[in-house]
Design a protein around this ligand. Structure first.
Ligand code: ZN
Ligand code: MN
Length: 474
């Protein structure tokens, strides 16, 4: 793929399912655990005629908090409107949202030292979940609908088209999601998610919207695909048309969904069932006073308090609040922060990612992780074995000392010598290379010995044995 310097403008609309007990306009549980489809529903969220919405104040608290965190202006008077459309995910045939005046407007988030302007943050209700029963959006012959999601509160965060690359779009989303999480406005452990609509245009072309992408990596991929597609159209002398597209997660391509409608087409009207929402100065002050520290500030504190590098501190914080809390808990037991951070970032995170698991969902605890580091520290396990051990530890959550015990005792000195002799005998070529002065050959032989001992040997001792056996200097 040819990389051409071309001006790309990306704007994002992020829908965040807010962390509340009940839905936005009724008392149905927002995130019922183990509920069957269409169990957490009532007259209001099913849109029965005459059913009246009652606003959940907690959801407003969250949006005000999000606004404050992004340096937004909080509007003292805002309204709810009906956005009219016909689709099976909306039984009322309208979605209650905010159109004219959102709760918060005009903020910024800094990403890779460029300022991304936030146009607005508003509150709206989530539609129902549509399940493509036998295939995908394009191929299914019928759909199933689960109204448990209908009426879950959403904060919609809309940026100006200030994002200059798909990579920055992903960085923006990672930062945004961490901020939302530290604010406790967003809690993935309940099953809440972030959904992204990405708008992208290249110089001279119309804006294309890619709807409903889940996963930040997918957003980056969808945008990269769009840049190439739009450039190709321009190169062929064709116009990029204004339209809405869908991201196919399997093919990693975008497909046309519909010609883009304009906002006016939705025929917004004020919702007569909901009063004007007045947000008083006292209300804002109350939220401002209990604002938690935000990720950048926490990262600076961790760097300062524990002597971590700025980069490592940011990884710990932006991996998630569970990760940062865990780091501090482990340090209380095993007071070697740099070592704790190194093993968490390089090995613990890798094992968790491999299992697609967050730390808070895993069986790993600060106590057992501290024990693990202590065993490395005291030489009870070597680093190489520890890198294997951590995988089994993350898989099972068993105490590291018990896993080591199960694996049997490490080889004795005699067993080691025997293994070294065998390896030297079986690797004639490497031995002659080593004798000819190629030091990489020694590393290779040490690796072969460790493979035989399932990483239970000490590489330094093995190196010594090899030298002794071949009567070479160390
Ligand atoms: Zn309900
Ligand atoms: Mn929306």
């Amino acid at each position: 793929m040819r990389v051409i310097a071309i001006k790309v403008m990306i704007g994002l609309e992020v829908h965040c399912q807010l962390n509340t007990q009940s839905k936005l306009f009724c008392s149905c549980e927002a995130y019922p655990q183990n509920a069957k489809p269409n169990e957490s529903v009532c007259e209001v969220c099913l849109g029965y005629p005459g059913a009246k919405p009652v606003l959940n104040k907690k959801a407003i608290d969250h949006v005000v908090g999000i606004g404050i965190a992004m340096g937004c202006k909080i509007n003292s008077e805002t309204y709810f409107s009906r956005k009219t459309y016909f689709y099976p995910d909306m039984p009322k045939n309208f979605q209650i949202t905010q159109y004219e005046v959102p709760i918060a407007s005009e903020g910024t988030i800094e990403v890779n030292s460029s300022k991304i302007r936030i146009r607005r943050v508003h509150l709206e209700e989530d539609p129902a979940r549509i399940i493509y029963a036998n295939g995908s959006l394009e191929t299914t012959s019928y759909v199933l609908i689960d109204y448990n999601r209908a009426g879950v509160p959403l904060a919609e965060i809309v940026t100006e088209p200030d994002i200059g690359s798909p990579k920055d779009a992903r960085a923006f989303l990672e930062k945004l999601s961490a901020i939302l999480e530290y604010l406790k406005a967003y809690d993935q452990s309940t099953g809440a998610s972030l959904r992204v609509d990405a708008n992208i245009s290249i110089e001279g072309g119309e804006r294309v919207e890619i709807k409903n992408v889940t996963g930040f990596e997918n957003v980056e991929k969808a945008l990269n695909y769009e840049i190439v597609r739009q450039q190709n159209l321009v190169r062929l002398g064709r116009k990029v048309e204004r339209e809405t597209r869908h991201f196919d997660e399997v093919a990693k391509t975008t497909l046309p969904l519909r010609k883009k409608e304009f906002e006016e087409d939705y025929g917004y009207i004020f919702d007569p069932d909901l009063p004007v929402l007045k947000i008083s100065a006292e209300w804002i002050t109350r939220i401002r006073e209990k604002m938690p520290d935000l990720p950048d500030k926490i990262a600076a504190r961790l760097a300062d308090e524990y002597g971590l590098g700025a980069y490592d501190a940011k990884i710990i914080v932006y991996t998630g609040s569970d990760f940062a809390t865990f780091f501090e808990k482990v340090c209380k037991i095993h007071n070697k922060p740099v070592e704790v951070s190194r093993w968490m970032i390089n090995y613990l995170l890798k094992s968790l990612n491999w299992r697609s698991e967050r730390l808070s969902q895993s069986k790993v605890t600060p106590e057992t992780f501290a024990e693990f580091l202590d065993m490395i520290d005291k030489g009870k396990v070597n680093e190489r074995y520890a890198k294997e051990l951590i995988k089994e530890y993350v898989d099972t959550g068993d105490k590291p000392s018990e896993i080591v015990e199960r694996a049997g005792s490490p080889p004795t000195h005699d067993e080691m010598e025997r293994t070294v002799k065998n390896v030297l005998k079986e690797n004639v070529k490497a031995v002659s290379e080593l004798k000819a002065g190629r030091l990489e050959a020694k590393q290779y032989l040490i690796g072969m010995v460790l493979k035989e001992t399932r990483n239970r040997g000490d590489p330094k001792a093995i190196a010594r044995m090899i030298s002794e056996e071949l009567k070479m200097p160390l």
